[in-house]
Design a protein around this ligand. Structure first.
Ligand code: UDP
Length: 240
């Protein structure tokens, strides 16, 4: 079931259900893509029909932040839970390792995907990482060609939003992969170059605050969270 949060239609799933849908997508013949918007992205999409269409065109739309879930509750159409993109990706790697599936890592600064791959292999022995490339390419053609030579089951597209959503939608027809997932800065998390918040902070929905402390230059961008919540409250009380 889909739940509309300020124009973005999220799948109302918990982590296990999200993984089960990903399994279904992997068994299909078509090329699918998954998006993991947080409230910053939803706020951006509120003013950008093109981005909204890209998000709503995905085969699976996961709520990557506590802000989105809170927004859905304020709107009285509560989503079951946050399904953080990086956690979803990690669980999916576990399943790929068990089932002999392959993954290709695309994105982040040069050297980061290699470091992320090392950490992934240490955690998921047997995982087949069939290729990787940084996200600072000038032309897309050679990148597509390399991915198509590797023919991965899963492609992690970690270029930040909305670049990754545009990339996935634009190349859905020419990429020989089964499932692509837009995962923002997840490779930095896997690599350990950007640390995630301690578990207690994640549990208290304070991951955004930890991020703000660690990366204060994101302040302006993070102002979209209160702006998003304010827009949600206005919609709730006034139908705005
Ligand atoms: N990035 C990239 N190519 C670009 C721009 C950004 O690969 O042209 C990477 C960047 O290095 C970072 C990620 O995309 O790893 C964006 O991370 P951020 O945390 O800003 O994304 P979010 O998860 O918030 O969307």
């Amino acid at each position: 079931m889909k739940i509309d949060v300020m124009g973005v239609r999220f799948d109302n799933v918990d982590m296990d259900e999200a993984l089960s849908i990903a399994g279904d997508l992997l068994r299909r013949d078509a090329v699918s893509y998954v998006v993991t918007p947080n409230s910053e992205i939803v706020y951006e999409a509120m003013a950008d029909q093109g981005l909204r269409d890209l998000l709503n065109g995905a085969d699976l739309v996961l709520p990557d932040g506590a802000g989105v879930v809170l927004g859905s509750k304020i709107l009285k159409t509560p989503l079951k839970q946050k399904v953080a993109g990086v956690d979803f990706a990690d669980r999916l790697l576990g399943l790929l390792a068990e089932n002999g599936g392959t993954v290709y890592l695309l994105g982040s600064k040069p050297g980061i995907a290699e470091l992320a791959a090392e950490k992934m292999l240490a955690k998921h022995p047997g995982l087949q990482i069939c290729g990787l490339a940084d996200g600072y390419f000038k032309e897309e053609g050679p990148v597509i060609e390399k991915i198509n030579q590797a023919k991965p089951d899963v492609l992690f597209v970690c270029l930040g939003a909305p670049k990754q959503e545009k990339f996935m939608a634009a190349h859905q027809k020419d990429l020989q992969v089964k499932v692509m997932i837009g995962l923002g800065g997840s490779l930095d998390s896997f690599a350990g170059t950007v640390k995630r918040a301690p578990k207690w902070m994640i549990a208290c929905n304070l991951e955004w605050f930890y991020r703000l402390l660690k990366e204060p230059w994101r302040f302006k961008r993070m102002l979209r969270l209160p702006k998003f919540l304010w827009a949600v409250v206005r919609r709730r009380i006034g139908g705005a």
